[in-house]
Design a protein around this ligand. Structure first.
Ligand code: TYM
Length: 332
């Protein structure tokens, strides 16, 4: 079986709809076809200030949401990044292979640093993509399911894997991004020109999966569309409507063409009302399942302990090979 690996940050509590449609759904699907490793990246989270108690709680909450979304610890390896020390260890090696200019070109760093205020951004935030490189290479991943915003980081991973292999001999699998075009970028409901995100979206534009379902329905009903009246998939001319159609199609498994046909001659309000209902039907059981996992911390701990053990078995082998290749003296 090919390997898949991905990670998600625990930072903000609830996952948002972009995380789910762009990434987590693909994690669930790839369990069936891949030897899959998924982790909550707490070491990535601390690249910006975190309140310790909140970070701990949000890490558990992220795990609970991954399970609620359909990750099955019998079919994938689910773990917390900091439980596997090899991430930080290989991260250092990768730091030493990355050019300063190369790291400076990462657009997510530039965006996030600008948001923090240039002087407040940490060195950790700067080297964050390089830790991500280590995350992926440790597992010899073939496929990395992510949204479009992570593409540049996967490109960097490929470059560094090639560089290491060329310089020191074949060691790492060169991974490919697994980006599902239709859902690679879910847009803000209030501003369909920007992607849905915790940091950039207004509360009304952001669908948090764990929000009160009624509030979610309200956000869908007040989504920004356009002054035209036709319900048609056309991202360039009708970004708001197209985003709603994408979400609707993905959550129901119905094609965009089917939906266009069904809503022919009908008003935007009808589409929004129906989609609001679809969304409520999705988030209601999702919230309940998340809560069930949170209510059973022992089970969660056991899942994470087993996950870390399985992950370490792979990561330790890769790290040892990499250390050996670059000439670090092995301890006796
Ligand atoms: P993070 O936690 O910001 O986001 C998790 C996943 O959600 C995707 N995503 C979206 N997809 C579609 N539309 C959107 N509006 C949207 N917003 C977010 C992201 O692309 C991501 O796949 N650096 C990563 C975490 C990471 C990682 C890794 C990923 C650390 N190590 C190794 C893959 C492999 C991040 O911050 O994702």
């Amino acid at each position: 079986r090919p390997r898949a690996l991905s990670g998600i940050q625990p930072t903000a509590g609830s996952f948002h709809l972009g995380n789910y449609l762009g990434a987590v759904r693909q994690y669930v699907a790839l369990q069936e076809t891949h030897d899959a490793f998924y982790m909550v990246v707490d070491l990535h989270a601390i690249t910006v200030p975190q309140e310790p108690a909140a970070l701990r709680a949000n890490t558990r909450l992220a795990v609970a949401q991954l399970l609620a979304a359909g990750l099955d610890p019998e079919r994938c390896t689910l773990f917390v990044q900091s439980h596997v020390p090899e991430h930080a260890q290989l991260g250092w090696v990768m730091n030493c292979l990355t050019g300063f200019g190369e790291a400076s070109r990462m657009t997510q760093f530039k965006d996030k640093a600008a948001k923090q205020g240039a002087d407040r951004a940490t060195v950790g935030l700067f080297t964050y993509p390089i830790l991500q490189v280590a995350d992926i290479l440790l597992y010899q991943a073939d496929a990395v399911p992510v949204g479009e915003d992570q593409r540049q980081h996967i490109e960097l991973t490929r470059d560094l894997a090639d560089r290491f292999n060329t310089r020191f001999g074949d060691t790492f699998t060169v991974p490919a991004p697994h980006i599902v075009k239709e859902v690679a970028k879910i847009y803000d409901l209030q501003d369909p020109a920007i992607k849905m995100s915790k940091s950039a979206s207004t509360p009304k534009g952001l669908i948090n999966l764990l929000d009160e379902p009624k509030a979610t329905a309200k956000k869908v009903k007040s989504a920004v569309t356009d002054t035209d009246t036709v319900i048609r998939f056309d991202p360039a001319e009708k970004p708001g409507v197209s985003n709603l159609l994408t979400i609707y199609s993905t959550l129901t498994g119905r094609t965009i063409a089917e939906l266009e046909k069904e809503y022919e001659g009908r008003m935007y309000g009808a589409l929004k009302t129906d989609l609001a209902e679809v969304m409520v039907e999705f988030v209601t059981p999702f919230r309940a399942r998340t809560q069930e996992y949170l209510d059973d911390p022992d089970t969660l701990d056991v899942i994470l302990a087993r996950g870390a053990e399985k992950a370490r078995a792979v990561a330790a082998g890769t790290l040892a090979a990499a250390y050996d290749r670059i000439g670090l003296l092995p301890p006796r």
